[in-house]
Design a protein around this ligand. Structure first.
Ligand code: URA
Length: 260
């Protein structure tokens, strides 16, 4: 008899269920949705995403981590993918890295309700060692398989600014072979996902640093998020000055938001 691994005993892969149907969604050229429409269409997209079987990660995940926050947010954060806590809860950035993200948002006068948070991968990428799941970087085929969920989320939300948390997200959203040291904190304006995009340090990377390195990286994340918020305010001001035809009417977020 073949010896079963601890992994087999403790985390048996589930059989893949039927692939779900994806609802019809707005094309990138359609006029932006109203805030309440964004919430509704995003919910319609969440449903099939929760039973996605486009890659092998569906066999070992506990939960699909679709994303959360304000569907009409002008500012979206995109991370790499769920870790242990996110996989267990189905919510993005709820572990130590998530606490740091919440802290730096708060230091910039924001909460999760002002922004939208998601990842390039919706399921945890893990390898199994001695019966325990451990995080690993996403494989290119997993990123490709998951990409249309992110594409559609961003097509619905149509944020003004995206902040990529870490190089894996920047590789997808900004350009391949993104290098954090020279390119972090710079604005990129060629993305199909949003008019203004930048990359900031991933909170989990910051948590691995110590002493002055930690302080500097944390301060840079606070500054990058401040710059992202300022950019939203600046763009909205410009749009308002240009009048309703400039597109503010359809732009994300309610008027009374922090960004006005
Ligand atoms: N790291 C990420 O990139 N995303 C999460 O949701 C949590 C940790």
């Amino acid at each position: 008899m073949t010896q079963r691994s601890l992994f087999d005993d403790e985390l048996p892969p589930r059989p893949a269920p039927e692939a779900p149907a994806v609802p019809e969604l707005p094309a990138p050229t359609d006029p932006p949705l109203l805030p309440e429409q964004k919430a509704e269409v995003l919910e319609r997209l969440r449903e099939p995403a929760l039973s996605c079987t486009r890659c092998e990660l569906s066999r070992t995940r506990q939960h699909v981590v679709f994303g959360e926050g304000n569907p009409a947010a002008p500012l979206v954060f995109v991370g790499e993918g769920p870790g242990e806590n996110e996989d267990a809860t189905g919510r993005p950035f709820v572990g130590r890295a998530g606490k740091l993200l919440d802290d730096v948002l708060r230091e910039n006068g924001m909460t999760r309700e002002h922004v939208y948070i998601c990842n390039i991968l919706k399921c945890r990428a893990a390898f199994f060692e001695e019966g325990r799941a451990r995080n690993r970087p996403p494989r290119p085929e997993e990123v490709d398989a998951c990409r249309s969920w992110l594409d559609q989320q961003l097509a619905i939300i149509r944020p003004i600014v995206i902040v990529c948390l870490g190089a894996p997200a920047a590789n997808v959203i900004i350009h391949r072979n993104f290098r954090m040291t020279p390119e972090r904190g710079r604005w990129f304006t060629h993305s199909p996902y949003a008019p203004w995009v930048m990359a900031a340090f991933h909170p989990a990377y910051i948590l691995r640093l110590h002493g002055p390195g930690f302080d500097e990286a944390r301060a840079s994340l606070v500054r990058d998020i401040a710059a992202a918020r300022e950019k939203v305010i600046e763009v909205r001001r410009q749009l308002r000055e240009q009048g309703p035809e400039a597109g503010l009417a359809g732009q994300p977020g309610a008027r009374r938001s922090l960004f006005d």
